[in-house]
Design a protein around this ligand. Sequence first.
Ligand code: CP
Length: 317
Amino acid sequence: MIISKHLLGLEGVQREEISLILKTAHSFKEVLTRPIPKVPTLRGKTIVNLFFEASTRTRISFELAEKRLSADSINFTTSGSSVAKGETLKDTVRNIEAMKIDMVVIRHQASGAAHFLTQCLDAGVINAGDGQHEHPTQGLLDMMTLQEKFGRLHGLKVAIVGDITHSRVARSNIHGLMTMGAAVAICGPATLLPRDIPAAFGKDLLVFKKVDEAIQWADAVNVLRLQLERQKHGLLPSLREYAMHFGITRRRLEAAKKDVVIMHPGPINRGVELESDLADSEFSVILNQVTNGVAVRMAVLYLKSGGEQEVVNGNGL
Ligand code: CP
């Protein structure tokens, strides 16, 4: 299989490539349980993590994934860099590439920033979240977590609840899950749903107006963070009202009388989109998602650096 050296989003990525990334991630997860959780796979490669926007999980797990693969990692954050003096994104990355690097991981507040870098650089570009567009490694780690829990993605019913319009996590999950044959639904206030859903995601995406109906339907509920920093004013009457109508609570799960897996990409607004106790309950796989983030990012870095399936299945690990 020929795969692109970039990962900009899950829209348009073939089922075979997603399956290969997930299979490779499951292999790397085994590596992470070893007494010395490190392989020499990317020795000699240099990867730069460019984070123009805040991150805990994604930034640390990319850095950890690079170290577990024996790559050299460089971390860039806006504060303390010449971006503060007005240097452009293009100049910043071209100067970094001039120091001979192999791959760039970028998080940026502008949708399309990762794609823009592919026009400026020869290095591979991995999107770690760009504005409201996509967060492909989050979509992949969510799919890996669902595979572990249910043993399959095909036919699984996944409801994504909350602020769909502003969510790159929702976009990557919808594209990835639908490609893998899952049934996907969205649910949220009308002001936080995309205007033309069939045009954006195709006619198979289901929409629930009531969160209780979404829970009743779903095998897993992926609860999104309310992205207050990206929202215009006036989209919600109040956080209290949002929590009352769309917050996921134990009472709602019990009323549905079925086991539902609860996911959240983090960071959680506890007590708003998700009841605090439920986030830490037997229903939650939120920390499994975080653990799987390291394995998924190892798989992406490895495959996008030219790694081959045979190496994953053979002696390379
Ligand atoms: N899920 C996620 O992207 O979290 P961070 O913003 O902490 O990286």
